[in-house]
Design a protein around this ligand. Structure first.
Ligand code: IPE
Ligand code: IPE
Ligand code: MG
Length: 230
């Protein structure tokens, strides 16, 4: 059992569509409400002293969704980046976006670069947003880079060739909405991460739910292949 606060919390924010469907609303409304949850969770994570928070916002596979939904999601991302940038900076948050950028619109890439640049020296919460992110694609890219270098590499070198350079592996991965799969998120980084699943849909996920997930993590015995720790 660990009483320690997890240093790095990763979240698969899932269930926006089902939240909207249950209310006979368009899926976009679920995503919109999901953004409100995201803002509240980011604020709370910073307040309770989490050092790293990594949020899965858009996967490489999400490009297969209907064009309208993708456009709505990108629209919400624009609004989030525009409206939250100053606040994040004021709250000493360092924002990093992990994933590929070549399929994102130029204006979004610029906004990302601006916020990353502006917050680069902040020392509070490290907020990582996974966007057009896929674990397999990330690993393959690193493998190809390593092949080009032509040297054999070790775990540490390989880790530093991923998007998550300098970011410690997640201590706990939370997935909302009752789904129990990894969906191509942080495949390398989650080798010894504790998984916590919540049935709550992301738009309904509250700061209390986050606290509950953290307590569940604190009751786990992380053995890393060894025998019991006490
Ligand atoms: C998560 O909610 C948001 C993204 C994947 C962008 P979903 O849109 O996957 O919601 P469900 O799973 O359909 O309920
Ligand atoms: C995972 O959710 C991706 C994000 C939360 C961004 P999905 O809803 O896309 O995952 P699957 O399709 O249910 O595995
Ligand atoms: Mg989903």
């Amino acid at each position: 059992m660990t009483d320690l606060l997890p240093k790095h919390v990763a979240i698969i924010m899932d269930g926006n569509g089902r939240w909207a469907k249950a209310r006979r609303l368009p899926r976009t409304m679920g995503h919109k409400k999901g953004v409100d949850t995201t803002k509240a969770i980011v604020r709370h994570a910073g307040k309770i002293g989490i050092e790293y928070l990594t949020l899965y916002a858009f996967s490489t596979e999400n490009w297969s969704r209907p064009e309208d939904e993708i456009n709505d999601l990108m629209g919400l991302l624009r609004v989030f980046l525009k409206s939250e940038a100053a606040d994040l900076h004021k709250n000493n948050v360092r924002l990093r976006v992990i994933g590929a950028r070549d399929r994102l619109s130029d204006d979004i890439v610029k906004m990302i670069e601006n916020v990353e640049g502006m917050t680069a020296d902040n020392t509070g919460l490290n907020l990582n947003v996974a966007l057009d992110y896929g674990g397999r694609q990330e690993i393959l890219k690193a493998v190809n880079d390593a092949v080009k270098l032509g040297n054999l590499i070790d775990e540490e070198t390989f880790s530093n060739m991923l998007f998550t350079t300098d970011i410690p592996d997640p201590d706990v991965l939370i997935r909302t909405s009752g789904e129990m799969r990894i969906s191509n998120f942080l495949l390398w980084q989650c080798a010894y991460t504790e998984f916590v699943f919540s049935d709550v849909l992301w738009p309904d996920f509250s700061t209390d739910e986050l606290n509950k997930a953290i307590s569940e993590y604190q009751n786990r015995d992380r053995r890393y292949g060894r025998v019991e720790s006490n």
